[in-house]
Design a protein around this ligand. Structure first.
Ligand code: NAD
Ligand code: UGA
Length: 431
């Protein structure tokens, strides 16, 4: 099929490259011309494992291209997936300005298109957004009616950063929210190459709510695990052994029960906040979901507190921070626990030596004055303490020999990365 992707960030680019890999012809659109140029030159503007290689392959066989020209992109395709940001505002509610702009632009292009075209919202949007915000904007700008001149669907994306391309290509399910079957059929056809994947076709609002419910439940599992972890630590029990035993119950599953320094990323924090805010407007006070966020906020501050308990004055102390990204295998630092930790430590007068295999360029924009080391050993050299914040594979290889480079011996682990057989003495945040 001929597919247009609007917004070439983590979701858009991985979706575009993924659809191209499945044999479709993809046109990616972005407002940032530097990103478009990079994509056309075979350089992915973001880091995701395998993305660069698959992009080169797709460019090589002519199955993908990028442009800033939306009109041209719509003219050469049958459907478009909107994957622009939906961040949260200060009060937690969803910011829809990017979605609105795209809906208006798409509508204006559809005005002059003399054939049926399907618009698909892939961005995460609170229930009601596609039908109550996107639909009227497209109808107004195009002068056409949904179901007649154009079709409208909502197709939530469930990929994780750090595993994005693989997750997109091998989803657990595909959810298609639709108003009429004709548009849903077009989206279904776009996923033709995805074999043995359950496909759920449903109402648009239901599709929107499935996305928030999945993210809220995963975030709840993490905050729950962190709370249990904090109790376990106080009682001298290893929470990872506990969760292993708990996760063997097939009703529960062992996934997303890893206790640690809290969830970050551009999704769980903002999506749980957005559904809490939407529920409040609807007159419901979602106490459980609010607590998931509060527990996470406290957990993200815990490592700095544990360090202060060991080292009451951080003035001029060198602290190595290993891992800045919110997840391994990504360069994304949005809402990463590392931001809060580095901020707290520098405020207390510590001199931070940070290292991350991929995320240092992004972190330099937030903390330009922190020392960025060339590798983990350089960060550890002469350090009074070390905090491990992201579970990159390369940190699993660290051993006593590497930590001997430190001046002090305080090592606090936020992600259960170090191997006890390689490193004798360290403290887990909640184990
Ligand atoms: P992102 O910030 O990485 O990328 C968004 C892209 O959209 C940017 O390249 C930006 O330049 C572009 N853009 C903004 N306005 C535009 C416009 N008018 N026309 C064309 N391009 C425009 O965002 P992301 O992380 O890919 O997230 C996109 C959406 O997908 C969000 O709603 C998010 O909640 C959802 N989502 C994200 C993930 C994830 O893991 N990141 C997973 C599932 C769903
Ligand atoms: C999450 C969901 O997993 C995706 O399904 C969803 O599509 C995405 O949000 C989204 O809506 O954008 P993502 O945030 O990219 O994906 O990455 P995750 O692997 O879920 O990790 C999120 C955070 O939770 C990380 O900081 C990670 O360290 C933390 N986490 C994860 C834990 O603390 N414990 C766990 O057991 C799992």
């Amino acid at each position: 099929m001929r597919i247009c992707i609007i917004g070439t960030g983590y979701v858009g680019l991985c979706t575009g490259v993924g659809f191209a890999d499945k044999g479709n012809k993809v046109t990616c659109v972005d407002v940032v011309s530097e990103k478009v140029d990079k994509i056309n030159n075979g350089q992915a503007p973001i880091y995701e494992p395998g993305l660069g290689e698959k992009l080169m392959e797709a460019l090589g066989n002519g199955s993908i291209r990028a442009t800033t020209d939306l009109k041209e992109a719509i003219a050469e395709t049958e459907l478009c997936f909107i994957s622009v940001p939906t961040p949260c505002k200060d009060d937690g509610s969803i910011e829809l300005k990017y979605i609105r702009t795209v809906a208006e632009s798409v509508g204006s292009v559809l005005k002059d298109l003399d054939r049926y075209y399907v618009v698909v919202v892939k961005s995460t949007v609170v229930p009601g957004t596609t039908e109550d915000v996107v639909l009227p904007l497209i109808e107004q700008a195009s002068g056409k009616k949904v179901g007649d001149g154009f079709g409208l669907c909502m197709n939530p994306e469930f990929l994780r950063e750090g595993y994005a391309l693989n997750d997109f290509l091998n989803p657990d399910r595909i959810v298609i929210g639709e108003i009429e079957g004709r548009a849903g059929d077009v989206v279904r056809e776009a996923y033709e190459g995805f074999e043995n994947v359950p496909i759920m076709r449903t109402a648009i609002k239901t599709a929107e709510m499935i996305k928030y419910t999945a993210n809220s439940l995963l975030a709840t599992k993490i905050s729950f695990s962190n709370e249990i972890g904090n109790i376990c630590k106080r009682l001298g029990i290893n929470v990872y052994d506990v969760m292993k035993g708990v996760g063997l119950d097939s009703r529960i599953s062992g996934k997303f029960l890893r206790a640690g320094c809290g969830f970050g990323g551009s999704c769980f924090p903002k999506d749980v906040a957005a559904i809490v805010a939407r529920a409040r407007v609807a007159g419901i006070d979602p106490g459980l979901l609010q607590q998931v966020l509060d527990t996470n906020r406290e957990q993200r501050g815990l490592m700095a507190e544990q360090l202060k308990a060991r080292m009451p004055s951080l003035e001029n102390r060198r602290v190595a921070i290993l891992g800045l990204a919110f997840n391994p295998n990504t360069d994304d630092i949005r809402e990463s626990p590392a931001i809060e930790i580095v901020g707290k430590l520098t405020k207390e007068g510590a001199s931070v030596a940070a290292y991350d295999p991929r995320a240092m360029e992004n972190m330099k924009k937030v903390f330009p004055d922190v020392e960025y080391a060339g590798d983990a050993k350089q960060a550890l050299s002469g350090a009074d303490a070390c905090l491990i914040v992201t579970d990159w594979d390369e940190f699993k290889e660290l051993s006593d020999e590497d930590f001997a480079l430190m001046k002090g011996d305080v090592i606090i682990e936020g992600r259960k990365t170090l191997k006890p057989e390689r490193v004798k003495k360290f403290e887990g945040i909640c184990w």
